[in-house]
Design a protein around this ligand. Structure first.
Ligand code: AMP
Length: 397
């Protein structure tokens, strides 16, 4: 049984076709610059040559048509008939308070995705277009929506409410939602699986450290707190996002420079974080290289990133009154042993001790804490596509 996983961004579409019996990826690919000049499809069938198609894509409908064509291609395709796709799993950014589980898409689900356009203005419209495009080209094949916010719906009110007038929650559902839910869900389940901890009596901290970064506290298998908020801007320092900041900074800059709130939010989302602090790049490898070459701002950006992660770990240990395991995942968490060591250097008071050779662990599942560490520390590669496919399969099977 093959599941197609679709992840639509505002001008992009990522996809994977996964054989769920073997869990093998049959093909994956990316449509870039949708609706912009220079659109391109890169299709990578496993074990075959890559296919690159430079062709205008005016919208996500055209992109989906091109993806299906590539999957069916006589040379670089991986299926012969569209009926070999059993279901499509869509990553949908925002499900607000309405969805704590994946759902089979119907008109009511589409309405909720649409009602959440304000909450996810870049992603939710693209997600809905992707769903409609797949329905048009694959009539009768079930479409499943897997929400990035769903895993965090178990947070208690004390964790998700902002300390602002309650009427904003009542009128507009303003609250913390959290994101990267598919990753936090997948990695926390894997952590429970490989640690042998009792799922009903366990305290985990999952650090998803990539270009987008978030951290969550997972008690007894359920998320009890997470660092991202109403939008993905809150929390940790990220590639280009500031994370936590005093909102009064915005008023101050607005008055000094005459910027609008939209311009300021754009600055916090796209020009801040590692990029803004270092002035070098949003890519952690570039920032590290600059630090090694003596760039002071790059050094401070790296230190601030580690410090923020360590502070959140401390906060979540307090929230759960303890921690059994800490797991690092995503681009930085999976690959950067030095960063893991620098973050864990703050955690001596918890009895956290890493092995020396953890420094070289890259992109593979591993226990990286020393045998005498009081808390187990893991690296677990995230696999959001497989998780979406598994959740889709569970619903349609
Ligand atoms: P993600 O958003 O999860 O794809 O993570 C992207 C980030 O991971 C980029 O900033 C990369 O610099 C970082 N990254 C990937 N590989 C490495 C590596 N080997 N060492 C340090 N950072 C890495």
């Amino acid at each position: 049984m093959n599941i197609l996983v679709i992840n639509c961004g505002s001008s992009s579409l990522k996809y994977q076709l996964i054989d769920m019996d073997s869990k093998n990826v049959l093909a994956k690919g990316l449509c870039e610059r949708i609706g912009i000049e220079g659109s391109k499809l890169t299709h990578e069938p496993t074990g075959k040559d890559k296919l690159v198609v430079n062709q205008p894509m005016k919208d996500h409908q055209v992109a989906v048509d091109m993806v299906i064509k590539a999957l069916l291609d006589a040379k670089q395709g991986v299926i012969k008939n569209i009926s070999e796709i059993s279901a499509v799993g869509h990553r949908v950014l925002h499900g607000s308070k309405y969805y704590s589980d994946p759902v089979i898409v119907n008109e009511d689900v589409k309405k909720v995705i649409k009602d959440c356009f304000d909450l996810g203005p870049l992603h939710n419209p693209a997600n809905l277009t992707g769903i409609n495009a797949c329905e048009a080209v694959m009539p009768g094949i079930p479409q499943v929506a897997v929400f990035d916010t769903a895993f965090h719906q178990t947070m208690p009110e004390k964790a998700f409410l902002y300390a602002i007038p309650y009427e904003y929650y009542e009128k507009y559902n303003i609250r913390k939602y959290g994101f990267h839910g598919t990753s936090h869900s997948y990695v926390s389940k894997k952590t429970l699986e490989i640690s042998g901890l009792d799922p009903k009596d366990s305290k985990l901290i999952i650090a998803h450290l990539g270009n987008g970064a978030s951290i969550s506290a997972v008690q007894n298998g359920k998320c009890v707190d997470t660092s991202m908020g109403l939008t993905p801007l809150e929390g940790l320092i990220m590639g280009t996002r500031s994370g936590d900041i005093d909102p009064a900074v915005l008023q101050y800059i607005a008055h000094k420079e005459g910027q609008t709130i939209d311009e300021l939010l754009n600055m916090l989302n796209k020009k801040s974080g590692m990029l803004g602090m270092s002035g070098v790049s949003s890519d952690f490898r570039d920032v590290k290289k600059a630090e090694d070459e003596g760039n002071h701002r790059a050094k401070v950006a790296n230190e601030a990133f580690d410090y923020r992660v360590a502070k959140y770990i401390g906060a979540y240990v307090a929230a759960m009154n303890g921690v059994d395991a800490i797991t690092f995942t995503a681009g930085v968490g999976e690959n950067d042993g030095l960063k893991r060591a620098q973050i864990c250097a703050y955690l001596g008071y918890l009895g956290v001790k890493l092995t020396e050779d953890q420094i070289s662990i890259r992109g593979k599942e591993a226990l990286i804490s020393a045998p005498n560490s009081k808390v187990k520390v893991y690296v677990i590669p995230t696999n959001e596509e497989l998780s979406i496919a598994q959740q889709t399969l569970a619903l349609v099977h």
